[in-house]
Write a protein that binds this ligand. Structure first.
Ligand code: ZN
Length: 451
């Protein structure tokens, strides 16, 4: 099904150009305090929105880690307020593996290429375009409409949404929030189109395992107590470990709404069959289905050893653990005890990051509004709840009591499979049609939900 046109071509051009600039500013967040430097994108967006009748405020909890908060004040303080929440940082990209420069922001055959094109500078750009147009036309919402272009989402949000919601809650609070990602059209089993709305997300636990041994000479390795050999064994055990499958409510509802053929639909919610099924599904879908139904552990970073001829006595391993709803830190701890097994005495674990899974209710006025405005662009399409396996800034708002969803609109030109592999992957890009759709979505949402 082709999405309908609604005369927003000019706004799509603006969004395209803005996105190209946001990508070229390369606000790469590697997790260190001095990286990101989102001040470049905050300044760009501030200049873009200047003179459009919106109120703007900057916050900079650490040098260069700037977030921009843009408001269109509502006429009725008791009316529900809405935040459009975008982040301005991106994860690193190794250019050698890409077909085009990840920070070139090139427009090639109707697609904007570069790191952040779909995560989530595309939405951050289209939200800004919508605010500018609403401001310029003198749009007056009933409840406050706030656009936030925040730093540091790609590390731990320490200098972005986490900081803002903790330190200046009055400036950034809202009853309802829309942020990444969702809205990738998926063909359903009954021939229709489904648009996933992210209603919840997995928990995130990052930890560093320090594996200890005894130093010795590399020329006599027999029966040495080598920390690297033990660390390798732990990595092997992590890779082999498979927590049991759990079928969460949002997953069951999603599978049900997708109207898959009965055989497939039943297997996808069967804890016994989901494992083998994931071996056969296409890669993007398999990873998603697996991650939605399992707590996962990925070994990602290793440091150790000081010299070629010294048996190392200390190796550190970093693990990225993503939990399903219902898991807390104690559950994660006992899982790791299980994984490490008889090597436990030689390992200490330090948690650098620990956030439980979070979810918003599905039956809300924002849900209804998103369904209404989406069907303008995709006639007949239905929104479906979806659980994201990545962490987003929505969780800070859920903690504050807001209803927070992940959504946007995307064209069918890139399939779910493409999107799934581009997040933090290579050849990240977005087509200009998706930019047109998302710009139209934010404009329509503001008019539907806030008037
Ligand atoms: Zn993101």
């Amino acid at each position: 099904m082709a999405p309908m046109s609604d005369g927003t071509a000019g706004q799509a051009e603006e969004a395209t150009e803005l996105l190209q600039h946001l990508i070229r500013n390369a606000c790469v967040n590697d997790g260190t305090v001095s990286s990101g430097q989102e001040v470049r994108n905050a300044t760009l967006l501030e200049a873009y929105l200047d003179g459009s009748g919106v109120a703007m405020e900057r916050y900079e909890p650490a040098p260069g880690r700037t977030s921009l908060v843009v408001k269109l004040e509502g006429s009725d303080p008791s009316a529900p307020s809405l935040n459009l929440l975008g982040h301005t940082d991106v994860v690193p990209a190794a250019g050698d593996d890409w077909r085009h420069d990840p920070f070139g922001g090139d427009l090639i055959d109707g697609e904007v290429w570069g790191r952040g094109a779909i995560d989530m500078l595309d939405l951050t750009a289209t939200m800004a375009v919508a605010l500018r147009h609403l401001g310029r036309e003198g749009f007056r919402p009933r409840g406050d409409l706030t656009y936030l272009a925040v730093a540091d989402e790609e590390a731990s949000s320490t200098f972005g949404a986490r900081w803002l919601t903790e330190h200046v809650p009055d400036a950034v609070a809202a009853n309802y929030v829309v942020t990444e990602s969702g809205g990738f059209p998926m063909p359903s089993g009954d021939g229709g189109v489904r648009l996933p709305v992210i209603t919840g997300e997995k928990g995130v636990y990052w930890c560093t395992l320090t594996v200890t041994g005894t130093p010795g000479h590399g020329s006599q390795p027999l029966r040495t107590d080598n920390a690297l050999v033990k660390a390798a064994e732990i990595v092997r055990r992590v890779d082999e470990y498979e927590p049991r499958a759990e079928m969460h409510e949002a997953w069951r509802r999603f599978i049900d709404d997708m109207a898959f053929p009965p055989e497939l639909g039943e297997a996808l919610v069967d804890p016994e069959r989901i494992g083998p099924l994931c071996q056969d599904l296409p890669l993007g879908l398999a990873r998603q289905a697996h991650a939605c139904t399992h707590t996962t552990i990925a070994p990602t970073v290793v440091h150790g050893g000081i010299k070629t001829n010294i048996i190392p006595d200390r190796v550190t391993l970093e693990l990225d653990i993503r939990t399903l709803p219902g898991w807390d830190l104690d559950d994660v701890r006992s899982m790791l005890v299980d994984v490490v097994g008889d090597l436990a005495d030689d390992v200490t674990v330090e948690y650098t990051f620990a956030d439980e899974a979070s979810a918003s209710p599905i039956d809300t006025p924002l849900w209804d509004s998103l369904q209404r405005v989406s069907s303008v662009f995709y006639p007949g399409a239905r929104t479906v709840p979806f659980f994201t396996v990545g962490a987003t800034d929505a969780r800070f708002y859920r903690t504050m009591g807001s209803v927070a969803y992940g959504y946007g609109l995307h064209s069918p030109n890139l399939g779910f499979e493409d999107y799934a592999t581009m997040f933090h992957g290579t050849d990240e890009r977005v087509d200009t049609e998706s930019l047109r759709l998302s710009t139209g979505l934010w404009l329509a949402l503001a008019r539907d939900f806030l008037t």
